[in-house]
Design a protein around this ligand. Structure first.
Ligand SMILES: O=C(O)CCCC[C@@H]1SC[C@@H]2NC(=O)N[C@@H]21
Length: 285
């Protein structure tokens, strides 16, 4: 049993996150909702949002019983070792800009807490050394008053070593090839990472860009320098660009070189016949 990482059954210290946000990171106080176990933080946050909850409410947990991934997949976790968070937002700007803000926030929170460089696989997977460390799921809907709400769900593999997880205690073994495709911050930085510190930095990083973009959208309808700056920051972090890739869109497979992204964050793929295809969704391999 020596080589098996057994999860600590430590609960998230929400007061510590509040304290870090208010004193050290200089972000504003947040309305944090913590449940030790939920089906999905996104589902709970969506329920709250549809019932009119204010933006900025953050749902946190130690474990999800039905964590949601992109394109209907499951998101599995090991109790107490991951960051699982969902934030209620009411963006005035389009969802593709939220994709950019969220992935940049994760990249920056990783640099802040671990001093490790992470990159983005289009559109919003966060990778370190080409292995996935975080996933983002944005879901939109309308509340009872008809206003748009967006739930920004973020899952980050914080501690433990993927290759050593005790898969008899988790459903990780259902993820084919996880060991070669995923990683954790502990694995990459060489030290245990505080989930509380990571969450505080993450929320701060989301908030600064989000508020700036909300203000700019009110004033310029999204054509200002902040939108451009965020898009350029995100583009510069995309490890997908310049590579030969395969895009899975359901049963359809497209291959070619990922040349660039357009203003809406869509991927421009040059296929083998020389045609440029605009990719709006799909899984990149
Ligand atoms: O497939 C992906 O890459 C996206 C994964 C998103 C997972 C997070 S964990 C917190 C939040 N709650 C969910 O049910 N999913 C997101």
């Amino acid at each position: 049993m020596d080589n098996i990482d057994t999860p600590p059954s430590r609960k998230l210290d929400v007061e510590r996150i509040q304290h870090l946000l208010e004193t050290e990171i200089l972000g504003t106080g947040k309305h944090l909702i913590y449940e030790p176990v939920v089906d999905s933080t996104n589902a709970l946050a969506m329920q709250l949002a549809q019932n009119g909850s204010e933006e900025g409410v953050v749902v946190l947990t130690d474990s999800q019983t039905a964590g949601k991934g992109r394109q209907g997949r499951r998101w599995v976790d090991v109790v107490g070792w991951n960051v699982l968070s969902s934030t209620v937002l009411r963006p005035l700007f389009p969802p593709y800009q939220l994709v950019m803000i969220a992935s940049l926030a994760v990249v920056d929170a990783i640099a802040d807490t671990c001093n490790v460089t992470a990159n983005i696989k289009w559109p919003n997977d966060v990778l370190i050394r080409d292995r996935k460390v975080a996933g983002i799921l944005i879901e939109t809907s309308h509340d009872r008053a008809g206003h748009l709400v967006a739930i920004l769900g973020i899952g980050v593999n914080i501690n433990g070593h993927i290759s050593r997880f005790d898969t008899t205690q988790t459903s990780l073994q259902t993820n084919q090839g996880l060991v070669t495709t995923a990683t954790t911050l502990e694995e990459e930085s060489g030290h245990v990472v505080s989930r509380e510190a990571f969450i505080a930095h993450l929320l701060y990083q989301i908030e600064t860009r989000y508020l700036a973009l909300q203000q700019e959208t009110r004033q310029t309808h999204g054509h200002g320098s902040i939108s451009r700056f965020i898009r350029e920051q995100w583009r510069a972090r995309l490890s997908t660009l310049g590579r030969t890739i395969h895009v899975h869109q359901g049963k359809k497979l497209l291959s070619g070189v990922a040349e660039d992204v357009n203003d809406q964050g869509e991927l421009l793929l040059r296929d083998h016949s020389g045609e440029c295809i605009t990719i709006t969704w799909g899984d990149i391999e």
